[in-house]
Design a protein around this ligand. Structure first.
Ligand code: IPE
Ligand code: MG
Length: 226
């Protein structure tokens, strides 16, 4: 969800104004997803690398995320039966945000509907490192010296039991994934738009769904038998 800062600056407004607009766009995106048959959606809201921005901006982004989660996302969790997963380095997040995350997780515990995944304080390199550490601990405990398998590695990621993304859509004009799910996106179809995230429109998703439907996917096999 890139481009909040530029969106605000183009209007002569502070970057935080753009992050607020970005949060509103996120709510529109959740509504839009509801009208599609997409079952899993991930919003990459804040990366471990975003932490390198100046303290004011980091504080304002995390404050806005906390506010929007508690005021707008929390109330619709039960109403819309959403399943929820937060992925990222939770220990890096401030207490008030962790409290809301905890509340939302509890509310969603027995839900059965679409899954909203929020990547907050997320970095793919951290996720893989964490997975490796979890596996080492387990293997040590079980005195297991067999080599780690790709399946074991994927099961130790924060996205366990969430299917790999079929498609990724990045806003803001750059053609890169910026540490987003490096293992899980191995076969994802990648879409890029020059639009800035606060300009999100439901049509953006419908266009991706339409394009996606035309793509013949073979996951490394040959094209004939898939
Ligand atoms: C993306 O907007 C939102 C977050 C990183 C939280 P940016 O802040 O990256 O906006 P630009 O890319 O500077 O315009
Ligand atoms: Mg950016």
């Amino acid at each position: 969800m890139d481009g909040n800062g530029r969106w605000a600056q183009r209007q002569g407004m502070p970057r935080s104004y753009g992050h607020e607009a970005g949060a509103k766009a996120l709510l529109r995106a959740i509504d839009a997803i509801d009208e599609t048959d997409i079952e899993y959606v991930t919003f990459y809201a804040f990366s471990t690398d975003n932490n390198n921005r100046n303290n004011d901006e980091v504080g304002s982004i995390l404050g806005i995320i906390t506010y929007f989660l508690s005021e707008y996302v929390k109330p619709i969790i039960s109403e819309r039966n959403y399943r929820v997963r937060f992925i990222g380095e939770m220990r890096m997040l401030p207490e008030p945000l962790l409290d809301v995350i905890n509340d939302i997780n509890n509310l969603a515990l027995n839900n059965k509907g679409k899954m909203l995944v929020f990547a907050i304080g997320y970095g793919g390199d951290y996720e893989v490192a964490n997975a490796v550490n979890v596996i080492i601990k387990q293997k040590n405990m079980l005195l297991d010296d067999k080599p780690v398998t790709p399946e074991e590695l994927k099961k130790a990621l924060y996205t366990v039991n969430i299917p790999d993304p079929d498609a990724v859509l990045r806003y803001g004009g750059y053609k890169r994934l910026s540490n987003f799910m490096p293992l899980q996106t191995a076969y994802s179809e990648l879409f890029f738009t020059d639009k800035l995230w606060p300009d999100f429109d439901k049509e953006d998703i419908l266009k991706v769904i339409e394009e996606f439907a035309k793509i013949k996917r073979n996951f490394g096999g040959n094209n004939d038998n898939v």
